[in-house]
Design a protein around this ligand. Structure first.
Ligand code: PLP
Length: 220
């Protein structure tokens, strides 16, 4: 594995224009993020609110912080003042809490709605039908301090490329449908990680979340 700068350069050349790279830095120390920053990276993804807030305080202020992990409602307050994009909105209750904390912070917070597309039971996210219910009845669009920018999903952890591509294609189709019917402003489709991002790009991803291919294995 090369340096963080080498890894970033290699990944960037493989991304088509218009695809945003989120460098997933969870569990890595601030020095690793600084190395990526020095190589030009400005968008970082974290999965734990307090860890993200600590890194926010320590690192340069022009970084865009993305929350990509499952978010508990009682933790939203730690990131509401500064977060750029929350990828993992998976319930009406969480959306309402973000809206409330954004109001307190005097902001409108950009969010993605996370859909469950994998076979595994454990992955978080809405089913498309369940989400459509809240889009139809207007409960999500009533929240004026969140801006729904798009959808996020995680494919199954499998070597079966056809399975993974099929799941990404499903998410892309839901994106097109919901954008047409309810959310014309949507412009972000966040899908693809170190192991599967080329497949995600082939199926229409506009944002990829890449951790271990940039920073190496995480020490939990
Ligand atoms: C950790 C994580 C990633 C990055 O995974 P890698 O396999 O290290 O690239 C992407 N998305 C989410 C939601 C994650 O939790």
């Amino acid at each position: 594995m090369g340096t963080v700068a080498d890894n970033l350069a290699r990944i960037r050349t493989s991304l088509p224009e218009g695809v945003t790279l989120v460098a997933v830095s969870k569990f890595h120390p601030a020095e690793a993020l600084q190395e990526a920053y020095d190589a030009g990276q400005r968008v970082f993804g974290e999965s734990r609110p307090q860890e993200m807030a600590a890194k926010y305080r320590e690192l340069p202020k022009d970084i865009e912080w993305h929350m990509i992990g499952h978010l508990q409602t009682n933790k939203v307050k730690y990131l509401a003042p500064f977060v750029s994009l929350i990828h993992s909105v998976d319930s009406l209750k969480l959306a309402e809490t973000i809206d409330k904390e954004a109001t307190k912070a005097g902001r409108v917070i950009d969010v993605l709605l996370q859909l469950h597309i994998a076979q595994e039971e454990t992955k978080f996210g809405w089913d498309a039908a369940e989400l459509e219910h809240f889009l139809q009845n207007g409960e999500l669009s009533a929240l004026k301090h969140i801006r729904i920018r798009g959808l996020m999903g995680m494919a199954s952890l499998t070597d079966d490329a056809a399975q993974v591509s099929g799941e990404f294609r499903t998410l892309h189709n839901v994106f097109i449908t919901f954008r047409g019917k309810y959310l014309p402003q949507m412009d972000v489709l966040s899908m693809g990680m170190s192991g599967d991002y080329p497949l995600a790009i082939a199926e229409g991803a506009t944002m990829v979340r890449i951790g271990s291919s940039i920073f190496g294995a995480r020490q939990y």
